[in-house]
Design a protein around this ligand. Structure first.
Ligand SMILES: Cc1cc2nc3c(=O)[nH]c(=O)nc-3n(C[C@H](O)[C@H](O)[C@H](O)COP(=O)(O)O)c2cc1C
Length: 427
């Protein structure tokens, strides 16, 4: 199971818990002299945010593209560059002694060749010959360089040796050309790291039913009432749960997001459709997580044809309530854990506690919406987690990707109605 750090009180007096997916992992990040070197900063930040200790090693060329100070500040450790500097510490041996992963990102054609041949004329090459841990390389270069037979030979040699080579992506290259050679999305690299570092398959008994995104309630065939939810939190949860062995059905309103690999996506538009889809899958699920921002109201008399400007007589729009999905599902509940999400602009804890009780939830995740800290369409979020038997816990701001793992950790602490003898929900 992914470790839960003990709850701590932070300066604001809030209970803080930081369950992080890479807690306790030590990663050596090699950065080489590619135009994509600056992207290693984001990779570093994702790893650190997920709780990893990261030690950065730079080649001389890499420091022509980005300064070591950036990595030092963000990793909290000195950057190692010179094979001979501080040689008393035997850095070329000691740095990787406790490493769980050597990650070279980005890796130039030059460094790829050296690593393939086992050349040890710089710190990175020397370290690579000492490691006992998994080794991952993310090449980035111009398309023609990547296609070159020599480069491909080196990739084949390294792959044969068990090195994980993350293929560069197709896209616009620094040269202005289009082709394969582009440094992958930093989040893709993060996901690969999470996989390699053996995020335990601790959710392999879970069948997770997730809702995500906004709903759209039509006024007429071209207009609708909706909200600003991007679906990012729900999609991040789906991806993280699959990585940890869960089966996932994701019922999503309209979003721009691609279904994560291994996730069964059911696309819906309205709250009514969302209820129907969730009702179909609910008996199958062990856990329901409702991250969707479901519209509370819908036009009472949607038109079957587009309302013409000239035909509108100034009548007010008549709205009615959409179905209360959580209440409807809790009435059909047999064994499922039920986790809700609340989007609040104010009095987060007070409103959250009411929703937790009224909707008979095992857990409620409360987000702030509106204003600068809004959870909507943001890549990061901070939340309160409310459960029935523990004080509220605050999870500080982090990427939705790492937050997803933190929230999934709570599944181990929730017993669900069947195992709770005194539960009032099934009585
Ligand atoms: C502006 C510029 C951008 C470069 N970008 C790349 C690159 O993306 N990939 C690559 O393999 N080499 C790239 N190079 C070439 C490497 O910097 C060069 O091969 C260097 O010797 C690599 O050293 P290293 O592997 O020790 O870091 C670039 C060079 C320049 C001047």
């Amino acid at each position: 199971m992914v470790s839960l750090r003990p709850a701590q009180t932070n300066k604001a007096g809030k209970i803080a818990v930081q369950p992080l997916s890479l807690s306790g992992k030590c990663i050596v990040l090699g950065v080489t002299g590619s135009i994509a070197a600056y992207k290693a900063v984001t990779v570093l930040r994702l790893l650190v945010q997920a709780g990893a200790q990261v030690h950065v090693v730079m080649t001389e060329s890499a420091s022509r593209f980005i300064t070591p100070q950036t990595f030092e500040v963000l990793s909290g450790h000195p950057v190692a560059q010179d094979l001979f500097e501080g040689h008393q510490d035997m850095k070329h041996l000691s740095l990787t002694e406790h490493a769980d992963l050597l990650l070279v990102a980005p890796c130039t054609a030059n460094s790829l060749a050296k690593l393939s041949l086992g050349l040890a004329d710089n710190l990175l090459g020397t370290l690579a010959l000492t490691i006992q841990c998994p080794f991952m390389i993310c090449p980035a270069m111009d398309g023609e360089m990547w296609e070159h037979a020599t480069v491909q030979n080196h990739v084949a040699v390294l792959t044969d040796r068990g090195v994980i080579v993350i293929e560069p992506e197709i896209g616009a290259l620094a040269s202005g050309q289009w082709g394969r050679g582009r440094f992958p999305e930093e989040s893709t690299i993060f996901d690969e790291v999470v996989k390699v570092l053996g995020i335990q398959q601790d959710l392999n008994q879970e069948r997770l039913l997730l809702s995500a995104g906004p709903t759209r309630e039509p006024l007429d065939p071209v207009r609708f009432i909706s909200n600003g939810s991007s679906g990012k939190m729900g999609f991040a949860l789906a991806e993280a749960a699959v990585a940890r062995g869960a089966e996932v059905v994701l019922v999503s309103g309209p979003t721009q997001l691609k279904a994560p690999r291994g996730v069964s996506l059911v696309s819906v538009q309205t709250a009514e459709e969302m209820l129907q889809a969730l009702t179909v899958h609910f008996p199958w699920a062990t856990t329901l997580m409702m991250t969707a921002a479901i519209g509370d109201f819908r036009p009472k008399f949607p038109l079957s044809q587009k309302l013409k400007k000239s035909h509108w007589d100034g009548e007010a729009l008549v709205l009615e309530r959409t179905p209360d999905i959580l209440l409807a599902l809790s009435a059909q509940r047999t064994h499922q854990r039920m986790i809700g999400f609340a989007a609040e602009t104010d009095h987060l804890l007070e409103h959250g506690q009411i929703k937790l009780t009224e909707k008979h939830l095992d857990m409620l995740v409360v987000n702030q919406v509106g204003g600068e800290k809004s959870a909507f369409d943001n890549d990061t979020n901070e939340v309160y987690v409310l459960t029935k038997h523990a004080p509220p816990q605050f999870i500080p701001r982090q990427t939705k990707r790492t937050l997803a793992h933190a929230l999934l950790d709570y599944l181990h602490t929730l017993s669900g109605p069947l195992k709770t003898a005194t539960s009032t929900i099934i009585s």
